[in-house]
Design a protein around this ligand. Structure first.
Ligand SMILES: Nc1ncnc2c1ncn2[C@@H]1O[C@H](COP(=O)(O)OP(=O)(O)OP(=O)(O)O)[C@@H](O)[C@H]1O
Ligand SMILES: O=P(O)(O)OC[C@H]1O[C@](O)(CO)[C@@H](O)[C@@H]1O
Length: 344
């Protein structure tokens, strides 16, 4: 087992009409497309052409991306491995930071528009002071800003580890305005920008700090898959073939609430799956770091009572479906929480 893809990867809009032409010319009657949102959009486009031409060609997607950003399915193939490797990078950052005097470790993780890798790796490591993802706005400066928080953590613990997702804080940067060959926006380099800001801020306030920046992104993506992903991938492959031989088309495969399912591609590509800041998982994540909302004015609905209560209350409300209350009360029974609507 090794990482990468022996089939090769593509960025850039292939000509879907030419693809359909070749399928027809070569008499291919099943096409399996492995990849993320873009690849599935391509699969959908090819399916449309095949339908228009009344070609009996089955088009199947297999969700493979470390980003885990495909709608409806619990996880994409590759995500689990990415989280495991990302957690190692966080551990390295923590070891460095905790060994240095006022050590600061900044770890950049992939995820263009979704912070799943950052969120899960943070949860898995338990060594993160703050995590910044694209879905959750934050401020750098001011008393509620990230920099003040980092200073407080340094004063309290003597070290601080911050995880930043690739797509975080784009509103704070000058956008590149460009797009890659596949049409994905080219992002500003938030990780490096953040590192520079942290360094110059501590210099400005005369706080001696040893700031290190770790960018393990391609090492994470290039890793051979772990055992869980290995099994998952095999089952996805088997289900893709079963579905194709059963005569379905324009579908993808995946775990949905822990059940293997076939899903229509048009539904799966309606939008990018992203971290829901109101989800149990994000709440678990911020509970584990203990980070506040890095904004000067939190949304109206949660402004009226303190952070500690707010977190407990929102967790209880979600898990036991209590009515909204500033002072959380104990649920009548302690039976297991009703099933969550999604694994996030
Ligand atoms: N609407 C579309 N029609 C046809 N092809 C598309 C479309 N969108 C994307 N593609 C093609 O699918 C391929 C993969 O797309 P993209 O580069 O966005 O990666 P992805 O599948 O989303 O996976 P990842 O985000 O993990 O890299 C590219 O060759 C891209 O041009
Ligand atoms: O190989 P490239 O073009 O640098 O792509 C990087 C992107 O690919 C991914 O690894 C997978 O979609 C993203 O997390 C990241 O933004």
């Amino acid at each position: 087992m090794h990482g990468g893809s022996f089939l090769g990867v593509s960025r850039g809009h292939p000509n879907v009409t030419e693809i359909a032409d070749k399928l027809e010319e070569w008499g291919i009657n099943m096409l399996f497309i492995i990849g993320g949102n873009g690849s599935h959009a391509g699969a959908d486009a090819i399916d449309q052409i095949c339908r228009n031409r009344k070609l009996l060609i089955v088009i199947v997607g297999i969700p493979k991306t470390i980003d885990n950003d495909i709608l409806l399915i619990d996880k994409t193939f590759g995500f689990d491995t990415a989280v495991e490797e990302a957690q190692r990078a966080i551990n390295a950052a923590y070891v460095e930071a905790s060994s240095a005097y006022n050590g600061v470790g900044i770890v950049k993780l992939m995820g263009r528009q979704s912070g799943f890798i950052a969120m899960y790796a943070t949860l898995a490591s338990g060594q993160v002071d703050a995590v910044l993802i694209p879905e959750v706005p934050f401020e750098m400066d001011g008393k509620n800003g990230v920099l003040q928080f980092m200073k407080r953590r340094l004063q309290k613990n003597g070290n601080c580890v911050v995880v930043v997702a690739e797509g975080a804080g784009q509103s704070l940067l000058e956008g590149t305005g460009g797009f890659d060959a596949s049409g994905n926006p080219i992002l500003g380099d938030f990780g490096k920008w953040f590192y520079t800001q942290v360094k110059s801020h501590f210099k400005e306030i005369d706080l001696q700090a040893d700031v290190k920046y770790i960018d393990p992104t391609y090492m994470i993506r290039a890793r051979p898959c772990n055992s869980s992903d290995h099994i998952y991938c095999s089952v996805l492959g088997q289900n893709a073939v079963h579905g194709a031989f059963a005569g379905y088309t324009n579908f993808t495969v995946g775990l949905v609430n822990n059940h293997y399912c076939l899903l229509p591609i048009p539904e799966a590509i309606k939008q990018t799956q992203s971290v829901d800041p109101n989800s149990n998982m994000w709440h678990r994540c911020v509970m584990s770091t203990g980070q506040p909302d890095f904004v000067s004015s939190p949304p109206e609905t949660i402004r009226s009572y303190p952070l500690s209560q707010r977190r407990a209350s929102s967790l209880l409300q979600m898990q036991y479906q209590l009515p909204s209350s500033p002072t959380p009360t104990k649920p009548a029974t302690t039976k297991a929480p009703s099933t969550e609507t999604s694994s996030f």
